[in-house]
Ligand binder design. Structure first.
Ligand SMILES: *Cc1c(COP(=O)(O)O)cnc(C)c1O
Length: 430
């Protein structure tokens, strides 16, 4: 669907990447539940292994069901290619892997998903990488944090857990000036609400576990490449610009041009790290993408109603939802995600930690789970769960202090959700 007329988002989320199965006419994308693919002959096999011809070899690298999802997500994000992988966390490692070497660092926003803060604080050190966290509203601090060994700038478009929108245009100016890529985690916003590439992102990563699948069935991740970064402009990215010893000296950027990062992600990343998405997961996520815009509109509508109701309630201290006029990020919403600030926000319950725990226990429709982006409404007390590994300062900086709960507003009837919150707040604060 890439050569035809320019279709709207609602059309692309159903059709991009997919066509009726050439073998059977099956209208829905089949689940190609196979590990391997028969080569036409020995020459065909050799050409595939040399990357001279694109095709299917082995499902650790490529699979036709996963390939449809890759093209769909790339199209929705306005990128040139995408690589799907086994989880959002895998996507982050896969995005950094071609850029990094021991001794190199990234500069990341303090306002990130708790698991990402942990991954970047502790685990990447095992690879000899490090991360400097800064407040991305302080542009001078972002500039100052970048040094000669910085290989990427990382942030979320709408940051999990609550109410923060990154000024992607301002941040991408800084990463451009430094000659390094900007990686944007677009999980909470989805390409329906925000298209980071239009605001200067080089790479977009996703936890497809969340809104893209939309129903809490499978974990998955994706890395989308804008195709706009010049990997050969300086000597910082030898994996992409220099000869690759594990491919007979092939230079990815010279050979594949704007698709260099995507080909590297498959040919080196998936081949050797093996963080592969399976075709069943791709199937569930493909089903999810078909209704993405419909769900996101409802998530936003419900979140706006519920945040407005909570803000007026005297049992609530404050609500951090960028969709509220009172939010310091409401103006930024108009620029970065004009269709709405998503379905995630936090609110502070009078009575602090204990009241939050009581509230979570008393809710009936809301489920207490460590997930977000489901059709079901979800709640979590971040400080005692997802952000538990963080210091108190890190929790505060991430917007997940002890007296705050995070909600992921689902697509149920907003009035039912409000009634549920009302009865639970009564119990929590009595
Ligand atoms: C969930 C999440 C991740 C991690 O994704 P997994 O699929 O759980 O590995 C990363 N970033 C954000 C914003 C998330 O919400």
């Amino acid at each position: 669907m890439t050569d035809g007329p320019t279709y709207g988002f609602d059309t692309l989320q159903i059709h991009a990447g997919a066509k009726p199965d050439p073998a059977t006419g099956a209208r829905q994308t089949p689940i190609y539940q196979t590990t391997a693919y028969v080569f036409r002959d020995a020459d065909h096999a050799a050409a595939l292994f040399n990357l001279q011809e694109v095709g299917f070899i082995y499902s650790r690298l490529t699979n036709p069901t996963v390939a449809v999802l890759q093209e769909r997500i790339a199209t929705l994000e306005g990128g040139v290619g995408a690589v799907c992988c086994s989880s959002g966390h895998a996507a982050q490692i896969m995005a950094l892997f071609p850029l990094m070497q021991p001794g190199m660092n990234i500069v990341a926003s303090t306002r990130l998903y708790g698991g990402t803060v942990t991954q970047f604080t502790h685990t990447i050190k095992r690879f000899g990488w490090s991360c400097t966290f800064v407040d991305f509203d302080d542009l001078d601090a972002v500039k100052a944090a970048i040094d000669d060994n910085t290989r990427a700038v990382f942030c979320e478009a709408i940051a999990n857990p609550g109410g923060y929108i990154t000024d992607l245009d301002a941040i991408s100016k800084i990463s451009d000036a430094a000659g390094i890529p900007l990686i944007v985690d677009n999980t909470s916003a989805t390409p329906y609400l925000c298209r980071p590439i239009e605001h200067g992102a080089t790479l977009v990563v996703h936890s497809t576990t969340k809104y893209l699948t939309g129903n809490g069935t499978v974990t998955g991740g994706a890395i989308v490449d804008s195709g706009k970064f010049d990997w050969s402009a300086n000597d910082k990215f030898p994996s992409l610009s220099q000869p690759e010893p594990a491919y007979h000296g092939l230079k990815f950027h010279e050979t594949f041009g704007p698709l260099a990062f995507t080909f590297h992600g498959i040919a080196i990343g998936l081949r050797d790290l093996g963080m592969t998405m399976n075709p069943q997961a791709a199937h569930y996520t493909l089903m999810g993408t078909e209704t993405l815009s419909l769900r996101m509109d409802r998530h936003v509508e419900n979140a706006e109603k519920i945040a407005t109701w909570l803000e007026k309630d005297e049992r609530v201290d404050y609500v951090t939802y960028a969709g509220l006029k009172s939010s310091p990020y409401n103006k930024r919403m108009d620029k970065i995600c004009p269709r709405g600030a998503g379905g995630l926000f936090t609110f502070a319950v009078k009575g602090g930690y204990d009241a939050c725990v009581k509230l979570v226990n008393a809710l009936e429709i809301f489920s207490h789970v460590a997930n977000l982006g489901d059709t079901r409404s979800l709640i979590i007390h971040s400080a005692s769960t997802t952000h538990r590994q963080l210091t108190a300062e890190q929790q505060e900086a991430a917007g997940a202090g002890a007296g705050v709960v995070r909600v992921s507003i689902g697509t149920e009837d907003a009035d039912d959700l409000i009634a549920d919150l009302d009865q639970a707040l009564a119990k929590a604060t009595s």
